[in-house]
Design a protein. Sequence first.
Length: 366
Amino acid sequence: MLQHFFIICSGADINILKNASSNEKNKFAGIGATVFFTALMAFIASGYALYTVFDNLFTAIFFGLIWGLLIFNLDRFIVSTLKKRDSFLDEFLQALPRLILALIIAIVISKPLEMKIFEKEINQVLLEEKNAMTLENQEQIALQFSPKETELKQNIEDLKSEIDTKEAEVNALYDTYISEAEGTAGTKKLGKGPVYKEKRDKHDAALAQLQQLKTENKTKIEAIEIQLQQLQNNYQTQVNNTQPIIDGFDGLMARINALNKLPWLPSFFIFLLFLAIETAPIFAKLISPKSEYDFKLEDQETAVKIVVQQRVEERKLALQTDFTINDKVYRDLSEEDELYQFKRKKARELMQLQADAFYKSQQKLL
């Protein structure tokens, strides 16, 4: 039962193999098993690849099954249409397009399985890339807010500097009137005279201005700090909105690129394995001599070809004979006087009718 199933998978003619030797049946069963398991691996590989795209198990299984059946049909076609020839060069030229197709199929099948085998290493590469992308994204977003943030911080520094300048002025006035009272500067008279009072009033006025300036600048600084906080909130919001895009950087193309960044030798050996599996039935047919099955198949095809050629030749001869008979019949008819006189009479009547019709049409015009 299992042998029969694998023979069907090989694309061989079951009726020819029905009376063939066991060795011949085993050969085609082995070829069919290779075709079947290659399609099975294609189903698994495509299912995993599609799962990374759709992130849905049932969708991946459905489309993976379609892909597996497609690969099964292609492999079966490649093997079943490869026939033995009298020359190895003719066989190789016949197999060359099929080998190229097998190479493409091996690449398509091996790549998703490589991604599954090296999944942990690929995840590490993707994690590093995501971290780098996160930092780069934050820097790019920060560049959008940096000019405004710098301007606001500079405004705060200017307001604080204005207060510091006023404080320095008030402190200088304080030192001036204190020195005047102590007699160490100014008039150098000890005591609180008119000059002292004048300098004290100037200091008090400047002190009042400093207090008012502090109050005003404090309000301005608080307003600017609110703007800075809002700016920081906008920056964080934009970072949070773009982060899911980076976190979702885990698709099929991203994994293929990550796989390409890993050492190439292990992936290459996996590809060679699938290439060997895919091309094994083709090479098995190329290197094996003509067998019982090949002779019987050639006999059937030759018989059909001969029958078709015979029918074509028979049709050609029948058509040629028909032409010869028709030529002879018409040649004999052309020599009969009775037929000539009949056609002459009918031609005369036709000409008379045409002349009468022309005459009547001319009378109507007059």
